[in-house]
Ligand binder design. Structure first.
Ligand SMILES: O=P(O)(O)OP(=O)(O)OP(=O)(O)OC[C@H]1O[C@@H](n2cnc3c(O)ncnc32)[C@H](O)[C@@H]1O
Ligand SMILES: [Mg+2]
Length: 207
């Protein structure tokens, strides 16, 4: 059986690790998952879309076009109800610098410090785009509802995980950053999005 190479186009090492984990857990035989470090550098397009779906497609299209590989990309973020869905697509650079989790978390907590408990709902959102060799495109979305804490808790995960307590009963009030990797994957926005791609990935792998 031939092995289908698939590029997972993310510069965020912790997100990349989650994407790999979920693909591994899906048990798809015949897929060789590679990251951006395994392919020659290519100019990456700015993530200027108005939606998670548009941004995921921007990333997956440019990865597929530059490498000729099937390409999977995730665009994700946290949508806070009291902020009308922000930080949303701006989540990675909410405080200005890209990917400064501590600064992003501090700013966001301050912005919602006056929001009462009953209005602290939020959702993590992930859009995952898969672009195939013939230009075929699939985009899926997963959401994970929860509430915003008033101070960070936990050391696992990344980004806004220490601020977010999932609604799921199995999380029993723990922050996302207090869940194990497999617990997060089973519940998360990213896990839900990728689960919808399993059939497309299986057919790519020739299964
Ligand atoms: O675009 P790539 O290279 O994949 O990496 P990135 O970190 O820039 O990723 P995004 O543009 O999709 O921005 C997503 C941001 O949303 C936040 N985020 C997304 N998923 C998250 C999760 O599972 N837990 C905590 N924060 C998350 C986190 O701040 C991310 O940096
Ligand atoms: Mg990004």
């Amino acid at each position: 059986m031939t092995t289908q190479r698939i590029l997972v186009a993310s510069r965020n090492a912790k997100k990349l690790a989650e994407l790999r984990r979920v693909l591994d857990a899906a048990g798809i035989v015949g897929l060789d998952v590679v990251g951006l470090d395994a392919v020659p550098e290519y100019p990456e397009e700015p993530e200027t879309g108005a939606t998670f779906e548009e941004n995921a497609l921007i990333k997956a299209r440019s990865g597929a076009a530059a490498t000729g590989l099937v390409c999977l990309a995730d665009d994700s973020g946290l949508a806070v109800d009291a902020l009308n869905g922000m930080p949303g697509v701006l989540s990675a650079r909410w405080s200005g610098g890209h990917g400064d989790d501590a600064a992003n978390n501090e700013l966001l907590l301050n912005q919602i410090s006056d929001v009462p408990d009953e209005r602290r709902g939020a959702a993590f959102v992930s859009a995952c785009a898969l672009v195939g060799p013939n230009g075929d495109e699939t985009v899926v979305r997963g959401e994970w509802r929860g509430v915003m804490l008033r101070a960070p808790r936990g050391d696992n995960g990344f980004g806004y995980d220490p601020l977010f307590v999932p609604d799921d009963a199995v999380a029993s009030g723990r922050a996302s950053a207090e869940l194990s990797a497999s617990e997060k994957d089973a519940l998360s926005h990213r896990g839900k999005a990728l689960a919808q791609l399993v059939p497309a990935l299986r057919s790519l792998a020739g299964q």
